[in-house]
Design a protein around this ligand. Structure first.
Ligand SMILES: NC(=O)c1ccc[n+]([C@@H]2O[C@H](COP(=O)([O-])OP(=O)(O)OC[C@H]3O[C@@H](n4cnc5c(N)ncnc54)[C@H](O)[C@@H]3O)[C@@H](O)[C@H]2O)c1
Length: 88
């Protein structure tokens, strides 16, 4: 299962990220660190199945990153996010 966690470097999202990795699932964290902290996810970097996209990705953005999650967990308090499944 591939999980996208917006706000995954925040208080709640980071705990969920760790839990899902412990379950053997893949986790993609999208977080601009506006209120969260990289410290919350530093221990997850390098773990199998973990990917982090920060502010640079969002600004550089490409506006669009090829993310094809099965589940989206939204914990960022603001900001729109568009998620396109394969084939959309
Ligand atoms: N912590 C609680 O007890 C609690 C209780 C009820 C509801 N909530 C709600 O749950 C959500 C998460 O709470 P939390 O305590 O984990 O907050 P948090 O501030 O620790 O986490 C939110 C994360 O979202 C990120 N973020 C914000 N805007 C973003 C954007 N545009 N793009 C990318 N990342 C962005 C922040 O950097 C932060 O890491 C919030 O909406 C909060 O209001 C929290």
């Amino acid at each position: 299962m591939i999980n996208l966690i917006t706000g995954g470097a925040g208080f709640i999202g980071s705990y969920l990220a760790e839990y899902l990795l412990d379950q053997g699932q893949e986790v993609i964290v999208l977080d601009d660190l506006s209120t969260g902290s990289f410290d919350n996810i530093a221990h997850l970097v390098g773990r199998k199945g973990f990917t982090y996209y920060g502010r640079e990705t969002q600004q550089a953005g490409a506006g669009r990153v090829e993310l094809i999650p099965h589940v989206v967990h939204q914990f960022m308090a603001d900001g729109p996010i568009a998620v396109y499944g394969s084939g959309d």
